[in-house]
Design a protein around this ligand. Structure first.
Ligand SMILES: [Zn+2]
Length: 489
């Protein structure tokens, strides 16, 4: 009993030292505390720039018995043989008669005991061994051994679409809900996560705000939309660890399948086995466009060559495979790399092929190559010595899951091109290609010829050559489709 009196005396001192600060911005509001298998949402309030939590609710939730002594203005909490005593207006608490300092005093307002967040780790943890983890500036606490993966969000305007990329340390089951009334998209996360940022600094024609919210204990991402948004697509990759949420603008035709360019009167020779094929949707990406002309020869610009080849390839694939073939652009427009792979991702394409023409300062060079994506982050990458900013890269390596299928496709394409174009080698190269890196399906980039080589340039624009080239690519895609079908069976 005598120790208790000493505690009270010291407590009074602590109260006297209590410094009043100016009122701060409110962090008040709902505050979830995630325990293992259970969560408690409490109301937090800011007083004197300190965030306070209600003590009784927390200790009742933890099943700790307590005695609330109005006369002594103390609250005594028990756990096994341990005893913790807090005193009104005091920053000193006693745990088994040992004094522990809190940075701010315990308050008692309107019959409610309020404690600064540090009370959890400095008080309750010492008594109960339950750990509490809190990151200043956030509004949630993780308690006990509960494992909480980080959630990383990043948003970008990609020409006609807006993409939100979400990455989580463990697989999550993200569910998209559209709240038409409030013009909002809601992504339910379905488990406790630790968002690296609560809110993204991103606004554009489609998005008013993007924020994380778990104030009701249900973690979710809120996307406030403008009335320009027509459609929202959710794609995942890397075993549900990475998600792409693509907002599509009204009147956007990019995701619509172009009308098949059929020869009038002729019925397309559609292979009857097409329904069983693995490759049903193919996205062809004509490199460059608009202001970005690509490389050039005196007679042709790369952007025009790639578009013309892409259109021919579309027709060939529609005829031979009966596949749905989409072009990332079907006119002379500029597009960034992300938007190109987004077309493939949004349409759940099974194959993505980007077409380019080569350029070599050596005019005699006539090299063509088949490229596959390979990240080139230097040695540090493998050892996870990757800065967080780097993980924010939009092209978060969607290609990885399909690396082997991409390699198979590259080999087949190489074989077919060598067969069709005599004297060609078409080596398979790897490079950190942004246009392929976030494609969530097997993807390739084909670079043909050397526009700086006059002979090469005129060959490339030759109709007969283009037919053979397109025929070889279409054959390769058909073979790839069949072999993927077999390997899947
Ligand atoms: Zn190019």
């Amino acid at each position: 009993m005598s120790t208790k009196r000493i505690v009270l005396l010291v407590a009074a001192l602590g109260a006297a030292l209590f410094i009043f600060g100016r009122p701060s911005r409110a962090a008040d509001g709902n505050f979830p505390i995630y325990f293992e298998g259970a969560k408690l949402v409490v109301k937090a309030q800011t007083t004197n720039r300190t965030l306070y939590l209600p003590v009784i609710e927390i200790i009742e939730f933890m099943g700790l018995p307590y005695t609330d002594s109005l006369a002594l203005e103390t609250l005594t909490i028990r756990s096994g043989n341990s005893r913790l005593v807090v005193t009104k207006n005091s920053g000193l608490i006693s745990i088994n008669d040992q004094i522990v300092f809190l940075p701010s005093p315990i308050l008692r307002e309107n019959d409610h005991w309020l404690a600064p967040i540090d009370f959890l780790s400095r008080g309750l943890t010492r008594m109960t061994r339950t750990e509490f983890r809190y990151r200043p500036g956030t509004s949630r606490i993780f308690a006990g051994v509960v494992q909480v993966p980080e959630l990383v969000m990043n948003a970008q305007s990609l020409g006609s679409i807006t993409r939100l990329t979400i990455r989580c340390g463990v697989p999550v089951d993200l569910k998209l809900r559209r709240d038409e009334q409030n013009n909002r998209a809601i992504l339910m996360v379905g488990r406790a996560v630790d968002p690296l940022r609560e809110r993204l600094d991103h606004k554009d024609r489609l998005v008013r705000s993007i924020s994380f919210d778990d104030s009701d204990g249900d973690p979710k991402i809120l996307i406030d939309l403008t009335n320009q948004v027509a459609d929202i697509k959710l794609n995942s990759t890397d075993g549900n660890r990475i998600f792409f949420v693509d907002l599509l603008r009204k009147g956007e035709t990019i995701t619509e399948a172009p009308v098949p360019a059929e020869t009038p009167g002729a019925s397309p020779k559609v292979d009857p086995t097409q329904a069983a094929r693995r490759v049903r949707v193919i996205v062809i990406d004509p490199g460059h466009g608009g202001m970005d002309t690509g490389t050039k020869s005196p007679t042709v610009l790369e952007k025009d060559l790639t578009l013309s080849l892409a259109r021919k390839l579309r027709t060939a694939l529609q005829m031979r495979l009966g596949a749905t073939v989409l072009l990332t652009r079907d006119s002379d427009i500029a597009m960034d790399n992300e938007a190109r792979s987004a077309v493939a991702n949004n349409n759940q394409a099974n194959l993505f092929v980007s077409l380019h023409a080569g350029y070599s300062s050596n005019k005699l060079d006539s090299g063509s190559s088949v490229y596959m994506m390979k990240e080139d982050f230097g040695d540090g990458f493998a050892t996870a010595a990757v800065s967080r900013d780097r993980l924010f890269l939009p092209w978060y390596l969607g290609y990885r899951l399909n690396q082997q299928a991409s390699a198979r496709a590259a080999k087949i394409l190489q074989d077919e091109l060598i067969k069709a174009i005599s004297g060609s080698r078409f080596p398979i190269r790897t490079a950190p290609l942004a246009v392929l890196s976030s494609a969530t399906m097997p993807s390739l980039l084909l670079e043909v010829g050397n526009l700086n080589n006059t002979v090469n340039a005129s060959t490339l624009t030759d109709d007969g050559f283009q037919k053979r080239l397109v025929g070889a690519i279409a054959d390769a895609i058909r073979i790839f489709s069949e072999t993927e079908q077999r390997s899947a069976n």
